[in-house]
Write a protein that binds this ligand. Sequence first.
Ligand code: GLU
Length: 383
Amino acid sequence: MVSVSGKDRLATAKCVIIKVGSSLLVDPQNGQLRLQWMAALAEDITDLRARGCQVVLVSSGAVAVGRNQMQLNASQLQLEDAQALAAIGQVRLAGAWASSFAPLGIELGQVLLTLDDTENRRRWLNSNSTLRTLLQMDVLPLINENDSVASDEIRYGDNDRLAARTAQMVGADLLVLLSDVDGLYSGDPSSDPDAVHMPLVERISPEIEAMAGVAVSATGSGGMTTKLMAARIAGTAGCGTIIANGTQSAPLRALINETGKCSLFLPDIKPAQARKNWIAGTVQPRGRLEIDTGAGQALAKGASLLAAGLTSVSGTFERGEVVSICQMGGGEIARGIASYNAEELQKIQGLRSEKIPEILGYEARKAVVHRDNLVRTDRGEHG
Ligand code: GLU
């Protein structure tokens, strides 16, 4: 039975992105960081990690914290002021998170992303590999947009969509957007007594989009509209989204104990399937790898493609690009993401894995195309 409540999803997710909005982090009365609230969320996240779930934290608040530090009260900030305030606030913000997690024995690794880092393929690969490595090291990635260098035209401006792209990047199965709203209502609950809360959204239909046109948070940049856009982005990558009210202390525990309100948006597909669809749907693979019969048989049994089975390599491609895998002199049987670039593969084709470091001068990756990154195209596996 598929779990269809926010609680069940949070209790069973394997990789979760938690996005915290500015309105939760900064006390509206005095503009100070809510350190106790942060410490309680750190404990919530520690609980998730303790059951083997990977967590990435996306935190807003740099501009709000910098603004308070510099006592800048102007209601509309000039872009350059906002960029400077983000630079100032980010230091404090990251420091406060580091102090919240230190007593729990959790190390943080800060990654400040720009739109280019998620939209440009090469930069996407770099960010992706940094995030994966941090997770492998059991370090908690702390992410924000690099507001200090992002110009108005080339920026997210809201961390909801940045968090959704991050979820796609690391193959997360759940995105949790914590802010000061309970999730989606059928109308504006502050003015419409008939507005009902929607605990589950199976599909983001035009009616659902119309509902999101209301209820905008005062402190953050993202209203319900950007949250819905985020849910849609995450959904296409097989990642569910929870929009939850995080104002109370330990909001994740509240969701697990069913004392907190949220809306769960179901994804259309599973993350692994989303990845395979993306690979299979590549319009133009960048290279062609020919393989011998033994490798073909191994692939048919679901194994990864190793250098030993490669008989020829053509095309110009970088590590991380999609290549077509063909029988010697024959048609395509599979597609996959190459773990090496074309030049490297030409040097190591036909070699056993233990020989590769000698030839390349560095430690070999396990496979030329890992089976998680491989999809058979000769038998409609991706359909
Ligand atoms: N990146 C912004 C900040 O840290 C916040 C963006 C948002 O509110 O979503 O100040």
